[in-house]
Design a protein around this ligand. Structure first.
Ligand SMILES: NC(=O)C1=CN([C@@H]2O[C@H](COP(=O)(O)OP(=O)(O)OC[C@H]3O[C@@H](n4cnc5c(N)ncnc54)[C@H](OP(=O)(O)O)[C@@H]3O)[C@@H](O)[C@H]2O)C=CC1
Ligand SMILES: O=C(O)CCC(=O)C(=O)O
Ligand SMILES: [Mg+2]
Length: 736
């Protein structure tokens, strides 16, 4: 039987699910719609790959693998909430929590010397970083702010820090030796099988990757980040931040670029704490400090040292803080810097948040200060530089008048950089890396040096065709100009542009305003339009999809959680992502401290409505369509009546906003005339909810302001989390 899959994930969205899902299930029950959950939380994904370490009753199915298969079938209808893309520190603390709960899973091996450790490490490495989305995304991405959301933001603008033309904030990026400058790209005329080899200075060849099957028409590109150029760039930036008296901050995507970016992160930590590493390098190495996991790893490992040595290193770290530039803080109260944990500063969210805050970040005193935003690779850094320049010249954007920037993103089948991990290598020694095809022809090659990061990306042809079609469809449906953000001077983009021009001919583009502009030109073009209130669709590759669907929503509507985020799967199914942002770890903290959850489930409401509509369409279930439409109307009403969660304890939170959604949804179902049975069913429910509004809201607000306990972070206790998230007995009994 056909069904909707709702994903159980982590942190704030997982908390919200415990409150929202029972409501949704009780609303759709009578309409022949089955909503099933699949657990793709970090904890469940860990348990799923270690059955041999667990007792029979501790074992869990590999729900992610099941969903990955489902995503390739026409019947797929998946509502996907944000999940943790774990950095090594997050992975380790999840492992620790599970072990403490009696799951006998192995530790994460820092070094894998024997076969057992290698096997364990390989299993964990599959879970690490962005490991869920790439499996489910068998389609391209269509993200936009629905009209109601946009109108709400225009009437109720979020705060927006002013920009001044003398702001010292700027983006620093490399001008040579980086991925952007070293890129080579080819399109395969025929299917082929390739290998990647490294030949050292003595002529010894190692195969880095073998038997990689490629399809006809696939674009492949290869590039390398030169370590020496990177280190010298980072050194200069630390010195320059100090000279200019601004904060040093690094912006990376260590979660989605899980192999390359932690290495770059590590180099930045070393550059910032250069003196500490030149003085204590040997000790730190012996301790097994891994700076790719951030400064936090160093601080933790040195606790194992004898006190005298530890104090000496800590004093040198303090001296760096004193003599060097200030470093941007993630949490100044707790002394957590931008360099502590790679998963704490994720570029798609961190740069827009900074741009929204007058271009400033928090310093060690908890005050806002101008910052140098270091984005080493220059492939995409220019879009932030151009946005910042625009704000310096024109002042901050105005949410009450600004236009909107929907995105159509190429992402299916692990397109571009976000699928490159299994083809990314930290080079062991000077030499040459070659991509060689089945006939022995060298397709691409680079001279490399020890420590360089070499990588290859793949972009298959079918996803490109689908993406071009989606762009044309969206431009037509929204009657909005669409810009392909592609740079003819970049090797990969030049190949892609040829295909775009070819595949556009397959569609009726008459009357549409379609252009191809380099990312920097596209930023300028788009910014100039949004300030005039004009809308512009961005049609972009995978990385820019990620960046732009946080950047513009955060500026326009305050958060990317309010985005409608649809992935029309290439085989006909639907993947409905909720919002475009992450799992908001800070929100969990607030729940634990004050029993207030400020997570806004608007993204879930929007995703569910389209999921229900899709269900109705595919299964000829008119009730599902009525439910979806009513849910959308209820969401509009919720926005109109400002029943989203507040940030302050004692006021309406996530749970309260779910009550209002339920009440409005019931009211919409009671007032519609398309389905009599639903009308009859929901008329008394709507009345009961309205009659008990005051009691329910009191029950939901009274429990706030005190700490609460859900029995775990990664693997919370089901009965505790359910009772925390469903505290109103009046509301629960009406739902039952
Ligand atoms: N699709 C996915 O599965 C994604 C997963 N992630 C993962 O999420 C984690 C955290 O990522 P991070 O980059 O910090 O981004 P988040 O989007 O989780 O958080 C950034 C900030 O955005 C605000 N925010 C985000 N969502 C909501 C919401 N629904 N309601 C209200 N406010 C919201 C919060 O601001 P405030 O604190 O001011 O309230 C939050 O602290 C990481 O593990 C990351 O890998 C990240 C992106 C997407
Ligand atoms: O998969 C992830 O880690 C993050 C996804 C993300 O940021 C996005 O798709 O916008
Ligand atoms: Mg993103």
């Amino acid at each position: 039987m056909s069904k909707i899959i709702y994903t159980k994930t982590d942190e704030a969205p997982a908390l919200a699910t415990r409150s929202l899902l029972p409501i949704v299930q009780s609303f759709v029950k009578s309409s022949g719609i089955n909503i099933e959950t699949k657990d793709i939380s970090l904890a469940a994904r860990i348990l799923a790959v270690f059955p041999d370490f667990l007792t029979e009753d501790q074992r869990v199915p590999d729900d992610l693998a099941i969903l990955g298969e489902l995503a390739k079938k026409p019947e797929a209808n998946i509502v996907k909430l944000p999940n943790i893309s774990a950095s090594i520190p997050q992975l380790k603390s999840a492992i620790k929590e599970l072990q403490e709960k009696g799951f006998n899973i192995p530790d994460y091996p820092n070094e894998a010397e024997n076969d057992t450790d290698k096997d364990i490490k390989a299993r964990y490495d599959k879970i690490k970083g962005s490991a869920v989305n790439p499996v489910l995304r068998e389609g391209n991405s269509d993200r936009r702010a629905p009209k109601a959301v946009k109108n709400y933001a225009k009437k109720n603008p979020h705060s927006m820090g002013a920009w001044s033309s003398d702001s010292k904030t700027h983006v620093a990026t490399m001008s040579n030796g980086d991925f952007a400058h070293n890129e080579k790209s080819v399109t395969l005329p025929n299917a082929n099988t390739i290998k990647i080899t490294h030949t050292d200075a003595n002529g010894n060849t190692t195969t880095l990757k073998d038997n990689l099957a490629l399809l006809k028409g696939e674009i492949i590109d290869a590039t390398v980040m030169n370590k020496k150029a990177l280190v010298s760039f980072l050194d200069k930036q630390v010195a320059d931040a100090r000279d200019k008296g601004i904060l040093f901050s690094l912006h990376m995507k260590g979660t989605m670029m899980k192999v390359s970016d932690p290495i770059i992160f590590g180099h930045a930590v070393k550059a910032f704490f250069k003196d500490v590493f030149s003085k204590h390098g040997a000790t730190l190495e012996e301790l097994g400090v891994n700076v790719n996991s951030g400064l936090g790893n160093l601080l933790e490992r040195i606790q194992e040292l004898p006190e005298a040595k530890r104090t000496e290193i800590e004093a040198d770290i303090d001296a760096t803080y004193k003599n060097g530039p200030g470093v941007a803080m993630v949490n100044s109260d707790k002394g957590i810097t931008n360099l502590h944990v790679p998963s704490d500063v994720i570029i798609d969210a961190s740069m827009p948040a900074m741009i929204r805050t007058s271009g400033q970040m928090w310093n060690a005193e908890g005050k806002l200060q101008d910052t140098k935003a270091v984005i080493p690779d220059s492939s995409y850094a220019g879009i932030y530089a151009a946005t910042i320049d625009f704000c310096k010249e024109n002042g901050a954007f105005d949410p009450t008048t600004m236009g909107t920037v929907p995105n159509v993103g190429l992402m299916a089948q692990k397109a571009e950089e976000y699928g490159s991990h299994d083809k990314t290598f930290e080079i062991p020694s000077n030499g040459t890396v070659k991509v060689i095809d089945a006939s022995g022809e060298v397709l691409m090659q680079h001279d490399v040096e020890e420590g360089d990061i070499w990588r290859m990306c793949q972009t298959k042809d079918a996803p490109i065709q689908d993406w071009v079609k989606l762009a044309v469809t969206r431009a037509r449906a929204s009657k909005t100009p669409a810009v392909f953000w592609l740079d003819e001077n970049r090797a990969h983009d030049a190949e892609l542009i040829k295909k775009v021009n070819t595949y556009l001919k397959d569609h009726d583009t008459s009357g549409l305003d379609l252009r191809i502009l380099s990312p920097i030109e596209a930023t300028k073009f788009t910014c100039a339009r949004i300030v005039k209130g004009e809308d512009t669709i961005s049609v972009s590759g995978n990385v820019l999809r990620d960046y732009l669907t946080d950047l513009f929503p955060i500026l326009e509507v305050g958060t990317s959680a309010k985005m409608l985020s649809i992935v029309p799967l290439m085989n006909g199914g639907g993947l409905f992502e909720t919002g475009a942002g992450g799992s908001a770890p800070k929100h969990v903290q607030q729940l634990l401290e004050e029993n207030h959850l400020r997570w806004d489930s608007l993204g879930e409401f929007l995703a569910l409505a389209v999921s229900l509509d899709h269900f109705g369409e595919v299964n000829n279930n008119e009730k599902a369509k009525v439910l979806g439409e009513a849910l959308d109307d209820a969401t509009d009403k919720l926005l109109e009546n400002r029943k989203g969660p507040s940030r302050k304890a004692g006021e309406l939170d996530n749970r309260g906003s779910h009550f209002y959604l339920a009440m409005y949804w019931a009211q919409e179902l009671a007032s519609q005339n398309k389905d009599e049975a639903l009308k009859t069913e929901f008329t008394p429910i709507a009345k009961q909810l309205a009659d008990n509004e005051a009691i329910i809201i009191k029950e939901l607000n009274d429990i706030q302001g005190k700490p609460t306990n859900i029995g775990g972070y990664y693997e919370p206790n089901e009965s505790l989390i359910n009772s925390v998230m469903r505290p109103s007995s009046t509301f629960n009994s009406i739902l039952n």
